[in-house]
Write a protein that binds this ligand. Sequence first.
Ligand SMILES: Cc1ncc(COP(=O)(O)O)c(C=O)c1O
Length: 349
Amino acid sequence: MYFASDNAGPVHPNVMAALEAANQNYAMPYGADRINEEVVKRIRAMFDAPEAAVYLVATGTAANSIALATLSNPWETVFCSPMAHIQEDECNAPEFYMGGGKLTLVPAIDAKMTPDALRKSITAEEVRGVHGPQRGPISITQVTERGTVYSVGEIKALTAVAKEYDLPVHLDGARFTNALVSLGCSPAEMTWKAGVDAVSFGGTKNGLMGVEAVIFFDPKHAWEFELRRKRGAHLFSKHRYLSAQMMAYLANDLWVELATSANTNAARLASGLRQCPDVRFDFHPDANIVFASFPRSAHKRLHDAGAIYYVWEGTLEGDDPDEMLTARMVCDWSISDDYIDRFVALVKG
Ligand SMILES: Cc1ncc(COP(=O)(O)O)c(C=O)c1O
């Protein structure tokens, strides 16, 4: 019963097979492989963006950090939510790659920035002349770190504020496809048509071994990104193994199939938990992440049965069996119905 994270799940067999196939021969290194050429074509077609610059890196932190560095100057600040992965979980890599840039935290509701809060944060910067940080990119996470999903309208409202100040918008799509499936829209509708300039297009959490694509809809960023990726030690020599994973992901819409499974698994989990007394949802589970609080006694039953997930707030140790503790449960594509039902039964008691 493994609900700790979607990147704790296995690599999809098609991806392993694609790696095996890519291993049969020789290929030019550093992104000059044929498979990469095809990946770029496919991603451009999927996003209806024939000019887009598309690059592969191995981690989401690299995708976010190098993309943000490309979109900013070292004296600028990135506007993001206080829960953003770039703020809480990247060990200052964005600031490192930005070479001195910083983050400005925009108050958020359910981990989503609001247009008013964003405008307030933007106008509060760049008021100290040469002494203060200058305004930089906006970074939106989709699916958010609390499992909620911005509607296309909500994204448009944020990008409209960014455009008022002529600021670029980055989307951290570590769970891009989970959000896409949840909204039922197209990749273009969720990104450039909604005013997004650059995307970290995740794959690792959705069945890949370790690949994310960085997409710039304006190819003017291409060369700078390439230089920053190389200088930042994220240009893979044996790049074909990144390309092969991404190719398998896109082939026959595996990316959509896997995100649909993950979201369906989370919906089953949420629906089961809704039947349990004493379960309170902390955020609306829009995609494949569920935050719910239930009594310590239920957590202990789960723990004793070997269930693995994060206790987000509070600790298992404590005397009061009724104290509510918050769990973060993330479903990947591979979790079986049996595991979900067993987990729910243990919460029920
Ligand atoms: C919202 C979000 N962004 C980015 C990442 C990418 O992180 P990593 O560098 O671990 O691949 C993660 C992974 O946990 C994430 O949850």
